[in-house]
Design a binder for this molecule. Structure first.
Ligand code: ZN
Length: 238
């Protein structure tokens, strides 16, 4: 049995938009598996055939019919609607609150998302995920890699043992190859621009100077040691 289990869902709207209806799910699965290949934990990523049909696709408040009900209701963020949908479809029974995460990929062209508890995640930008390369790449620029960064970011939150930690949004390692580089690198949990160190006390910038905020972002599709220490002290792989 794998250490972690990820269940991938796409909305009906995304399914209908893609000419190859499974492509976003398949590319996302490949990237998650590639990132786990580089750490000391195993993963099982399962593509689910159910296609939830939320009242809207964006990462914002939702008002509409409740899942399994004709009653009108509202949720703060789409991830709240997704949690209720999973419950009413009975798709989370037996899930472990630390090791199992359900992910909803929706049909927008923005790249953001959110996590909620028990472990479920919403990521918009499903169309960009369909443009990821067919095999895992450990870093890249542009919308597809930004979308994948969001998936790995929300999984990063979900697998943290202590959800009250301050590490959540400043546990990343970033690097610039030179002080004049136009590339700025970041790992999924990010780094606060202008701070010299992340929450683990590691340098963000490796003596090359802080980001000016104007560089192209190179998204690294692997979690930092600092993030992985929040999952499990054994997750990091040298
Ligand atoms: Zn976050």
């Amino acid at each position: 049995m794998a250490d972690k289990n990820v269940y991938l869902y796409q909305t009906q709207s995304l399914h209908d938009r893609l000419s190859d209806s499974q492509r976003s799910l398949e590319r996302t699965k490949t990237c998650i598996e590639g990132a786990f290949d580089r750490i000391n934990l195993s993963v099982d990523v399962e593509i689910k055939s159910e296609t939830p049909d939320p009242p809207q696709e964006e990462y914002r408040d939702v008002t509409g019919s409740a899942p399994c009900s004709s009653k009108c209701s509202s949720w703060g963020w789409l991830v709240g609607w997704f949690r209720d949908w999973l419950d009413c479809e009975n798709l989370q029974s037996g899930h472990d609150k630390h090791d199992d995460v359900s992910v909803l990929i929706s049909n927008t062209d923005e790249t953001s998302g959110g996590a909620s508890f028990p472990r479920c995640v919403h990521v918009q930008a499903g169309y960009h995920l369909s443009d990821l390369p067919a095999s895992y790449e450990n870093s890249g620029t542009g919308d597809p890699h930004a979308a994948m960064d969001t998936v790995l970011h929300e999984l990063g939150h979900s697998f943290m043992e202590d959800t009250s930690t301050n590490y959540e949004h400043n546990s990343g390692n970033t690097d610039r190859t030179s002080s004049s580089s136009t590339k700025y690198e970041t790992t999924p949990m990010g780094a606060i621009v202008g701070k010299d160190e992340n929450e683990c006390g590691n340098d963000h910038y490796y003596d090359k100077g802080p980001s000016t905020g104007t560089e192209d972002v190179n998204y690294r599709a692997i979690w930092s040691e600092c993030c992985l220490d929040e999952w499990s002290p054994y997750a990091y792989q040298d």
